[in-house]
Design a protein around this ligand. Structure first.
Ligand code: FES
Length: 368
């Protein structure tokens, strides 16, 4: 350990450095988060314990530095974590003011420490467990608990799942997004590519965030995802987008860590609306799920819309409820999706390694 009494680095004029409550600077080779409250300086490592966020770009909450990436807190002078998490600590540096200059010890005076904790269950490698094809349906329509209504997209999804289970021998589960309490994406990736983590830092931080149900199904459990959405003003439902934004972390793993979480899995879609825009909705879904790593069966969606001019919502539910063609379409979507998944599972040994094929494409955040 350096002797702070003999080994100091001049980091600047105290009057100038006192103007900002927190700032990032370097002292020798070290990244420092220098803070100042009422003329009293504190110096700790500028590298957050969590995934390396820039503490010196954070803010103060009392005597604690708040990381700008995911809001972990460390005491601005001692580096210890917030109450209850004291063992999670960043290195601290001695700091003094002499002749109007701020001096920081060249070496830390306390060490970094990590609270031991088990990895999040989602963090395990996605390895397909043996067994029949598994089909997860995700319904993204909204309705009040206790006030059920007939949802055309969900009804077709239920038909597709029942067919997969009863006729094709698949295991199935239906996830209704409206039953899950989950946060909206906080856009950490916009701040820094590395701030978007897998498992999602929101899920890792908040055990009650039920997006874990979708992650578990999409990354670990399912061979097939069938996503059903209504059309709302020409787009998929708001719940769909809330989910899709949270699934960005799956895609960002490819970009930031060259880690492909979705391999050999199939996605298919059910889209219904009183008005049109099926092609645009499905086009967005194909683009997004393709970029997550999913592949598609031939004719990867079934859809229904009455169209702008033919809009007749008094007949819409009855039309879908009674349409043999749509019901048959939902069943054959299951057929195609399960057949494609069966082939992928059988050929898993010879599955190309996406990363080796350069599947990160032209993304720029992948340079590491
Ligand atoms: S809280 Fe600092 S990197 Fe996540």
């Amino acid at each position: 350990m350096a002797d702070p009494s003999t080994d100091w680095v001049d980091v600047g004029a105290a009057a100038e450095l006192a103007r900002e409550p927190v700032r990032e600077l370097t002292a020798g080779a070290a990244r420092i988060a220098l803070s100042c409250i009422g003329g009293e300086f504190g110096a700790v490592s500028g590298v957050c314990n969590h995934v390396g966020g820039p503490l010196g770009q954070g803010r103060l909450d009392g005597e604690y530095l708040v990381c700008p990436w995911h809001q972990y807190k460390f005491h601005r002078k001692s580096g210890v974590g917030e109450p209850g998490y004291e063992a999670d600590r960043v290195p601290s540096y001695a700091v003094k003011v002499e002749n109007g200059r701020v001096l920081v010890s060249a070496k830390p005076v306390t060490k970094r420490g990590h609270l031991p904790h088990a990895p999040h269950p989602l963090a395990r490698d996605p390895v397909r467990a043996a067994g029949p094809i598994r089909v997860a349906g995700i319904s993204t329509t909204m309705m009040q608990p206790g006030n059920p209504r007939y949802s055309t997209s969900e009804a077709l999804l239920e038909i597709a799942l029942a067919h997969a289970r009863d006729a094709l021998g698949a295991q199935t589960q239906l996830i209704r997004l409206r039953d899950l309490a989950f946060h909206a994406c906080e856009g950490y990736y916009s701040r820094s590519a590395k701030a978007c983590t897998w498992p999602c830092s929101i899920t890792a931080r908040d055990a009650t965030d039920q997006m874990a149900v979708v992650y578990e199904a999409a990354v670990h459990w399912a061979d097939v995802l069938i996503v059903a959405t209504p059309i709302r003003w020409g787009a998929a439902s708001s719940l769909y987008y809330r989910m899709a934004e949270r699934m960005n972390c799956i895609q960002n793993q490819i970009t930031t860590a060259n880690r492909v979480l979705i391999r050999g899995k199939v996605a298919a879609f059910i889209v219904t609306g009183g008005q049109d825009n099926v092609q645009a909705v499905v086009g967005q879904q194909l683009g997004f799920f393709g970029e997550l790593g999913f592949v598609f069966p031939p004719f990867p969606f079934v859809a229904h819309s009455l169209g702008w001019d033919a809009e007749d919502m008094e007949r819409n539910v009855a039309f879908v409820r009674e349409s043999d063609a749509l019901h048959a379409g939902a069943r054959s979507l299951s057929d195609r999706a399960v057949a494609a998944a069966t082939q992928l599972v059988a050929g898993a040994e010879s599955m190309p390694d996406h990363a080796a094929l350069g599947s990160r494409g032209g993304r720029k955040a992948n340079r590491q």
